[in-house]
Structure formats: structure tokens, C-alpha cells
Design a protein around this ligand. Structure first.
Ligand SMILES: [Zn+2]
Length: 235
């Protein structure tokens, strides 16, 4: 993995706001979350006309960026500086756990966002982070997403037949529980603040089994294989 870069991307924010205004998932109403932060976008949500909706969002985002320019760029600077101190150790620890498997190629960009949705784009190796997040929370977001990038690439290339028996949703479950257990482990204690590492509520029942599997495994490959078995045999 080359160095993670940080920047703004107004256009991406517009596209994501348009999409997330109407999205609910994993118990989160993203539309509500956006409007709570940006009440003026309420009018965009109720509009049927896509063009009008786009226009309102575009204008809002444009103005917001203009009036919060300083704060946004300061938050990027702070995060960049904080991440710079962690990146080396993260790459080393993760590389070791994945038996020197390399991070997939990509441009690795963290885009600041004015909404708290934090999506990632597996193909381009980019993701968004809410610019008002606390530093430690934003660091967790970075580490969480980077771990997803190497995880999905690794299972695609190295464990294709093993993961074939999982549905797409089960693979997602596996990737999320994998992150919670790995990032909560001693190896990552200097990199991630544990306070921000927590499972989705419906993953909680599997955690103790996963933690045991982690203890029994020497590396990511063994752990993932055990994880597949746990997910497949759960009731
Ligand atoms: Zn995730």
C-alpha cells in the first residue's frame, strides 16, 4: 500500500448525499442522520424530481464547503498528521498477520465528507470519513476500511473455494467480525483506540467463538478459514 492520501471531493459528497438520503441499513436510517446534521436538506429528500433534488444538494454542498473551508481543511490536516504516526505500524502488523500478502493496488484516498455515512469503495480503494469525527474515531475508520481492502482481496485471491460456500451477506458478516476481533487484539492496541471497536448488534452472539478461533490461529488465513466454519455452522 502506498501512502494513504487525504482530500476533499465535493462531487462525491453530492452523489453520496443523494443516495444516502433514501438509504436504511443495518439498523441505521442514513437519511435521518443526514438531515439531523443538515436540516436544510430536508426539502431535497421529499422532492420527486431528480434534477431539482440534485440542484438543491449541489447548491447546499457548494455553500457548505465554502463557509466551512477552514474547518474541513484543518480536520484533514489533523487526521493526516495523526495517521502518519500510525501508518507504518499498521502496515507492518497487518502485513505480518497476512503472511506478507500485499495490500491490493489502488490509489488509497480518504475523502473528507460533510455527512456521517462513511461509505467505502472497494474497487478504487477509497472511502469517506465524516470530517467532524473525533480524531481517534476517524483513525478507527481508516484502519477498519484498510483492513477490509486487504481482507476482500486476500479471500478473493487465496481463499476463493473456501468462501464460495458463503452468501454475500455471510461474507460481509465474516469481514465485519474479523475486523472487530483483529482490531480489538493486542497487536493493534497502539494503533486503534478500542473504544471505537464494537460489533454490529447481530454479530455479538458469534464473538466469543471468533475470539477463540483467533487465539487458535497463527495468521489471517487460518483465522478466516475457522471463521468461515463458524458462520456456516451457526444456527
Ligand atoms: Zn466494515
Amino acid at each position: 500500500m502506498k501512502k494513504l492520501r487525504f482530500c476533499t471531493n465535493k462531487q462525491l459528497d453530492e452523489i453520496m448525499i443523494e443516495q444516502f438520503l433514501h438509504e436504511q441499513g443495518a439498523g441505521v436510517d442514513f437519511g435521518k442522520r443526514i438531515i439531523k446534521l443538515h436540516p436544510k436538506l430536508k426539502s431535497a429528500k421529499s422532492l420527486e424530481n431528480t434534477e431539482q433534488k440534485k440542484k438543491i444538494i449541489h447548491l447546499y454542498v457548494y455553500n457548505y464547503y465554502r463557509s466551512h473551508k477552514e474547518a474541513i481543511s484543518q480536520s484533514i490536516k489533523n487526521l493526516q498528521k495523526a495517521w502518519h504516526k500510525k501508518e507504518k505500524e499498521f502496515v507492518a502488523v497487518t502485513g505480518q498477520f497476512f503472511m506478507d500478502y500485499q495490500f491490493p493496488k489502488g490509489k488509497y484516498i480518504a475523502y473528507a465528507s460533510i455527512v456521517d455515512c462513511n461509505p467505502r469503495f472497494l474497487d478504487s480503494k477509497t472511502f469517506q470519513f465524516f470530517y467532524k469525527k473525533k480524531l481517534a474515531d476517524a483513525i478507527h475508520t481508516i484502519v477498519h476500511e484498510l483492513l477490509h481492502f486487504i481482507f476482500f482481496d486476500f479471500v478473493e485471491k487465496k481463499l476463493k473455494s473456501e468462501i464460495k460456500i458463503l452468501t454475500e451477506e455471510q461474507l460481509w458478516d465474516l469481514s465485519e467480525i474479523f475486523n472487530v476481533v483483529v482490531l480489538g487484539s493486542a497487536q493493534y492496541q497502539n494503533i486503534v483506540d478500542k473504544k471505537y471497536v464494537f460489533p454490529y448488534p447481530h454479530h455479538k452472539p458469534l464473538l466469543s467463538q471468533f475470539r477463540k478461533a483467533y487465539k487458535d490461529s497463527c495468521n489471517a488465513e487460518e483465522f478466516i478459514k475457522r471463521g468461515v466454519t463458524i458462520i456456516k455452522t451457526k444456527k
